[in-house]
Design a protein around this ligand. Structure first.
Ligand code: CDP
Length: 239
């Protein structure tokens, strides 16, 4: 979030650099069962982001000290592949990947019926293959599809989208330039059936009206993406 207001990212027709209108979401493709050895998996291409998520479990939690007597724990690992951006990413975990793993885990723990699996662990590995902004959203959304693909009971899927502000205009689903040079970023994790939130972060400044617009864009986008998630899980359209 550079906040360089002088980088022009909205043209005279109100269109963004990638041709989208302010409320448009990038194109999305979702596939399940892409990692045959996993209990559940998902490949999600969102703009030029790509994430692959594999789910293993529920399995007995090891080491024992991580076990919860009355419920399962979810162990999330978010990782950007070294080749996922133009600058090579140093392999291994860092502060950013730990933070994203933690917020993703918290969001997923809000929907998975953990109490059905005492002393168990569900392992969720999120690998970002290509990164173009909003990878935490793509990872979380794909993780909820992979959990459903593994047959793990949940109260709802989680759809995550980041809207924000560029050149004083609120826009939906920020791309890389908008994320880097925009003035604000509002990633949210939404339960499409109830509109409840399980994840929200904010970077930059938004007025109350702008915040409301960004929120509304995220909710509208979540409902669109949810339809694709359900189709993919029904084994239908590999869009
Ligand atoms: O990906 P997300 O927007 O959730 O997280 P971010 O920390 O705001 O990163 C925005 C984008 O910056 C990423 O999607 C990558 O394209 C890029 N990035 C990068 O190139 N190298 C990093 N170490 C971190 C992020």
């Amino acid at each position: 979030m550079g906040g360089y207001g002088d980088v022009q990212m909205i043209d005279e027709n109100g269109l963004r650099m990638d041709g989208r209108k302010p409320g448009d979401v990038r194109p999305i493709t979702i596939e399940t069962g892409v990692v045959p050895v996993a209990d559940g998996s998902c490949r999600m291409v969102w703009g030029t982001n790509e994430a692959i998520v594999a789910v293993y479990g529920p399995m007995e939690a090891h080491p024992r000290k991580i076990q919860k007597q009355d419920r399962a724990v979810i162990d999330v690992a978010y990782n950007m592949a070294p080749f996922s951006t133009t600058d090579r990413i140093r392999p291994g975990f860092n502060r950013r990947s730990r933070e994203i793993s933690k917020v993703t885990q918290d969001a997923l723990e809000s929907v998975v019926l953990l109490e059905l699996y005492p002393r168990s662990k569900i392992r969720v590995s999120i690998e970002i293959i290509s990164a173009e902004a909003g990878t935490r959203c793509v990872g979380l959304t794909a993780a909820s599809v992979a959990l459903a693909d593994a047959g793990i009971p949940m109260t709802d899927l989680v759809v995550s989208v980041a809207s924000g502000k560029v050149n004083d205009v609120v826009v939906c689903d920020l791309n890389k330039e908008e994320d880097n040079y925009g003035e604000a970023d509002l990633p949210m994790g939404i339960l499409p059936n109830t509109g409840e939130l399980v994840f929200l972060q904010m970077d930059g400044d938004l007025s109350p009206e702008e915040f409301k617009q960004a929120w509304d864009y995220n909710v509208e986008a979540a409902l669109q993406v949810h339809k694709l998630m359900v189709e993919a899980l029904k084994g239908g359209a590999k869009q």
